[in-house]
Ligand binder design. Sequence first.
Ligand code: ADP
Ligand code: GLC
Length: 490
Amino acid sequence: MTIRVLHVASELYPLLKTGGLADVTGALPAALVEQGADARLLLPGFGPVVEGLEDLRPVARLERTFGAPDATLELGRLPGGGLPVYLIRADAFYARGGNPYLDAQQVPYGDNAQRFALLGWAAAQLALRIDPDWSPQVVHAHDWHAGLAPAYLRAAARERGLAPGADVARSVFTIHNLAYQGVFPAHQFASLGLPADFFDMSGVEFYGQLSFLKAGLYYADRITTVSPTYAREIQTLAHGGGLEGLLRARAHDLTGILNGVDHAVWNPATDTSIAARYTPTRLTGKLRCKTALQARFQVAQKHDALLFGVVSRLTEQKGLDLLLAVVPEIVSRGGQLVVLGTGDATLEQGFSRVAHAHPESVAIELGFDETLAHAIVAGADVVAVPSRFEPCGLTQLYALAYGALPLVHCVGGLADTVVDASLENLADDLATGFVFERFEPRGMTAAIRRAFALHARHRDWRATQQRAMRSNFGWAASAQQYMALYRELA
Ligand code: ADP
Ligand code: GLC
């Protein structure tokens, strides 16, 4: 039986990306199609999405617009005969350029509740057959942006007198990051058109406010998150963001399914955006990538300098303040560090300062640059991801695939995907990177020292690199797990 599933999200690689969410929506639906699903996407009509789709045509006018002058549902395709994608054309809401969530001053748009309510509501309309040619059996909503979709589905079912469980479509809600909750003042609830009793502790109310994330967690039939360890962590006070109680209550409906690597995009054997291609058995290309990277960042051209790379949003989550604190450890041992990122001004300044102090060894580029991200992962010996918390993390998966050994904090998806180069793991042919337990300079320094020590043992380094490159984090296994979940529901 084919399952018709609609993915509802705000980002989609390669059209619009601020982080890993886009990589997931860009790869998972296609992987589901490989497993026999009939998958489509629904996104807000942000400029790059409207421009990037082919064969766009109107499907229906949307009756409710949440304050936008008008809104239309359109259907197009990803270029090259790709997946069908619905978008909501409401230019007053979405054609604002730049970031989907923040204005040019990095302040959230004042009407974000309405902009993303329209997304959730339109998803429910698709389940209610607003497109006579296609409707989903499963609505799969991602992050708070799509959190109201399950709530509108429940409201629609109630209007039709259906019991919970006999909803118009079944729903799955995926947490990519519990730190972003879509919380708005209570008075905005009135503009959403949900039944009044939904504003309740058993509903969308969250400490007197309105939470889109909680709506997703409360009303979805199933909840997933992007790694097994994060699925456990978010049920604790330390990592639950105030939602640990609800998540514990729904523990039986909650699963962790790891993200994967899209090998069509991230594969050193075929990647045309890097200086040279390479494979686990032919690694000379990687050395050329390293030389090119040193040249690009204008650090010293030294083959044997251990080169650390970072590609990251510069936010509290990513733990890069800890890396800043241990830069002297890297430099004094003859290592180098190149950083690509954008975000917090203090972190940007911090890295700029150390780069200025050690121009031969440290360099930073501020900005978001997909091609440079590939160059770093290909050219670096080590990719550092010292996150305070990490739901899954894709950067360390790309690093593994490119033989850049990940150096990570033992949390969330990082803990699930990287095996530390301890003596016993090396002896058992398990090591793929460097893992530190405690989020403190001492822990990270020890991991950095392990990286230098392993690098000095050329054969062990090479074997670890090859093992990392062969570790299997493709999308197929994850897609199978989602399919099993959909089958249970549908
Ligand atoms: P998160 O989604 O929390 O940012 P992930 O590791 O899951 O973390 O995904 C990050 C994605 O964004 C990766 O594809 C990474 O390469 C990309 N990325 C992050 N920062 C940048 C940047 N400054 N330039 C280019 N790509 C970036
Ligand atoms: C979030 C998380 C990241 C995850 C990504 C995709 O942005 O921070 O860990 O990999 O979503 O699921």
